[in-house]
Design a protein around this ligand. Sequence first.
Ligand SMILES: [Zn+2]
Length: 346
Amino acid sequence: MKAVYFEEHGGPEVLETGDFDDPIIGPGEILIDVKAASLNHLDIFVRRGLPGIRLPLPHITGSDAAGVVGGVGDGAAGIAVGDRVLVNPTLSCGRCEFCIRGDASLCRSFKIVGEQTQGTCCEKIVVPHDNVIPIPNSLSFEDAAAVPLVFLTAWRMLITRAHLRPSEDVLILGAAAGVGTACIQIAKVTGARVLAAASSDEKLELCRSLGADVLINYAKEDLVKKVRNETGKRGVDVCVDYIGKDTWTKSLQSVAKGGRLVTCGATTGYDPKTDLRHIFFRQLEVIGSTMGSKNELLAPLSLILDGKMRPVVGKVFHFEQTEEAHRLMESRKLSGKIVIRVADND
Ligand SMILES: [Zn+2]
């Protein structure tokens, strides 16, 4: 099969497109002929190399995929060859204390497709049958590939971890990126008021089209001041910050007394300065979240299929242009998700 892979860690230039051995289906597994994959910041971190994780090389990039079932392993029930599916990228044991209580991303043997295992930017992938979710004809492969990682991450972060409630004010930083566009829509469906912050007016226009109530261009405006003005000097109930170092201090200052600051990443750096007085005097909750469980993907998927939310595809690249797609992702200039068309749609 053809695959996009790297043989050494580094910049986008280490990505190669070439022949790779077909994966072999084991018991309980499903082989998928990939039609579309999508990029996440995780792909960049994996390509550059993650501290503490030694990958067998060459490594195929990508965590998100949609396609058609091409083979079914022994004992994999409920899925048939030819079914249209998307992939839940969270790999978990299903048996440990965390899996049993529904927290698959806390699993003792937690892995992500494309991080510790071979990824989705290729023509064929094999995943456990529990990770395969059927999709109807109404959802295109390109849209489907843009759903899993960002929507399950956003759902777990806002609903499961931060317990967002109707009528609350939520500030979303990096609101035009993949997770951000999912957060805006989930917050609106919940009945919250959304303050969307992004670095350009063009990105904010997208946020408005997704239902954001207040738009903040933090390249031009003082974020904390604007949040205080828009909330009667109170601050927001919930702030979503996965930007990290560049915005963390301002995020702490933007949260109301007793509010929650939730993070699922640190795109600009993981070691920001924290003034602890903000946390104890104002009794803030700092909440971590990562990936999510299958139910945290099925919930937003159901709302997408009902037409209440939509995956936001910013740009589609051909398989051979994955290096260029990684460069665009790294530039953080694009809004929405970058999708890789692996095979022509049927
Ligand atoms: Zn487990």
